[in-house]
Ligand binder design. Structure first.
Ligand code: ADP
Ligand code: MG
Length: 268
């Protein structure tokens, strides 16, 4: 394929061009304001995520958590009205979603969409091909697919089903993590990946996340301490009405689980 006209971060194969220049900050969100239509949702978020760091975002429903994840990934419904997002030292405000994916960003959806008629196996192969910029060798692909599916305790019968069509909540989330394991992102945004998972599935999914988290920047949106028992966050942020009002260590998640969000309202 031609790389002409693509964002500098993905000009060439990403393995070669993504020298971490400038700083060790992988993702920087700087005074970010975001609107959907005419409605402002995010009001000045600052966030620095380094490679190997796990950040958790917690907050009530409607506080803007998914909006933040979506705008970082470049979802066109969300408009940056001021502020910037930097990835590997480059301002990516204007970068297309597919370019971000090719530069190593990954979003696990809170509500993964069903794609009737598209089989999981084909979908995964095409995803890897388009993110890598070339088709993987069938043998290498089968090998990494087998390993990842074993790791997530997924039955091979998944591969011939249509993407998320009739999937349970837990199956959808496992498929999201399977994509992550195959795409090997540098920056993973995980939006309520734990919702709908039973205890065993939660443990398996957490192991999958931990397996990539050492090398990857992770932003994990969750409501539950139970995920953070399995994936140790470096920093926990509380989002209220589109602002990070408080950040702390893992103990903050425990306090929120016990005491709810009322006490942080005073900080907003
Ligand atoms: P959270 O993930 O924290 O529950 P969201 O980011 O999904 O919150 O939503 C924050 C606010 O933005 C909500 O009021 C929601 O209705 C609104 N919102 C988010 N996305 C859209 C959209 N695509 N269209 C209209 N409103 C939206
Ligand atoms: Mg959400």
């Amino acid at each position: 394929m031609s790389y002409e006209g693509l964002h500098p971060l993905i000009r060439g194969k990403r393995y070669h061009i993504l020298s971490e220049n400038m700083t060790d900050v992988l993702l920087r969100v700087e005074n970010l304001h975001v609107s959907v239509g005419d409605t402002p949702i995010i009001h000045g978020i600052n966030l620095d995520i380094k490679r190997g760091e796990i950040h958790a975002i917690m907050g009530r429903n409607g506080s803007g958590k998914s909006t933040l994840a979506n705008v970082i990934m470049g979802h066109p419904a969300y408009e940056i009205t001021s502020g910037s997002i930097f990835y590997k030292g480059e301002n990516i405000n204007e970068m297309e979603v597919f370019e971000r994916a090719r530069a190593g960003m990954f979003l696990s959806f809170q509500y993964p969409a069903a794609i009737p008629g598209v089989q999981v196996g084909n979908f995964l192969r095409k995803s890897v091909a388009s993110v890598q910029g070339e088709a993987p060798s069938p043998r290498a692909f089968r090998k990494s697919l087998n390993e990842a599916m074993n790791q997530l305790d997924m039955d091979k019968s998944f591969l011939s089903r249509y993407v998320n069509d009739g999937f349970s909540g837990g199956e959808k989330k496992r498929l999201e993590i399977l994509q992550m394991l195959l795409l090997k992102p540098d920056m993973a945004l995980l939006d309520e990946t734990d919702s709908g998972l039973d205890i065993d599935a939660l443990r398996i999914v957490a192991e999958g996340i931990n397996a990539v988290a050492k090398e990857t920047g992770c932003l994990i949106i969750t409501h539950y301490q139970r995920l953070l028992d399995l994936i140790k966050p470096d920093i926990v942020h509380v989002l209220i009405d589109g602002k990070i009002v408080h950040s702390g260590g893992p103990e903050l998640a425990m306090k929120l689980e016990k005491e709810g969000y009322d006490w942080v309202d005073a900080l907003a």
